[in-house]
Design a protein around this ligand. Structure first.
Ligand code: CUA
Length: 229
């Protein structure tokens, strides 16, 4: 999760988020180069003494400053498309989790495992444990196996919500009457926090997401415990 003074992206916990960070840095580098160049040119205009009353057009320079930005845009567009298709790829998932947005909580279904289902509410501040995170912890966490391909199906029961976990690079809208799909791979154990990112009403800020990423044998144990009850 994000802590104090972390104004940038969170550390990635999935290969897709790693790629998203690489792309962000790449785009930012191009942005800085353009800003420096244009800033330099604008600053130098203050000291420009060359004036030509009869200069109305320059075919060559206009060709250059039209085509050059188009080529630069290609260097952003092509990696962006590559990433777009990576994010859409479903790599034979071993677990499918269905998450349903409600006003204002998430509910989850493990459809592969005897349809385990539960609601996940934010823990109110006055009931928070001493080591709990305010506005971020929930009463029932999602448990998922690490190092496995996971498919997530997102929908909503009332208005549009958005299932968003920054460390995993996942952000999918839950829309009533639709079933959206995405896919991720968690490459380390730990807790990963997220929040709803679609303005869904008065308590929009109070429907966080917590994923507990565990080794596969722990996940199997958790699943079998919950299937018996
Ligand atoms: Cu649900 Cu915002």
């Amino acid at each position: 999760m994000s802590t104090w003074a972390n104004l940038g992206l969170q550390d990635s916990a999935s290969p897709l988020m790693e790629q998203l960070i690489f792309f962000h840095d790449h785009a930012l580098l191009i942005l800085v180069m353009i800003t420096v160049l244009v800033g330099y040119l604008m600053f130098m205009l203050f000291y420009n003494n060359y004036i030509n009353r009869f200069l109305l057009h320059g075919q060559l320079i206009e060709m250059i400053w039209t085509i050059l930005p188009a080529i630069i845009l290609l260097f952003i567009a092509l990696p962006s498309l590559r990433l777009l298709y990576f994010l859409d790829e479903i790599n034979e998932p071993s677990v499918t989790l269905k998450s349903i947005g409600h006003q204002w909580y998430w509910s989850y279904e493990y459809s592969d495992f005897n349809n385990i289902e539960f609601d996940s509410y934010m823990v109110p501040t006055n009931e928070l444990a001493t080591d709990g995170f305010r506005l971020l912890d929930v009463d029932n966490r999602i448990v998922l196996p690490m190092n496995s391909q996971i498919r997530i199906l997102v929908t909503a029961a009332d208005v549009i919500h958005s299932w968003t976990v920054p460390a995993l690079g996942v952000k999918v809208d839950g829309t009533p009457g639709r079933l959206n799909q995405t896919n991720f791979f968690i490459n380390r154990p730990g807790l990963f926090y997220g929040q709803c990112s679609e303005i869904c009403g008065a308590n929009h800020s109070f429907m966080p997401i917590v994923i507990e990423s565990v080794p596969v044998n722990y996940f199997i144990k958790w699943i079998s415990n919950n299937m018996n009850s």
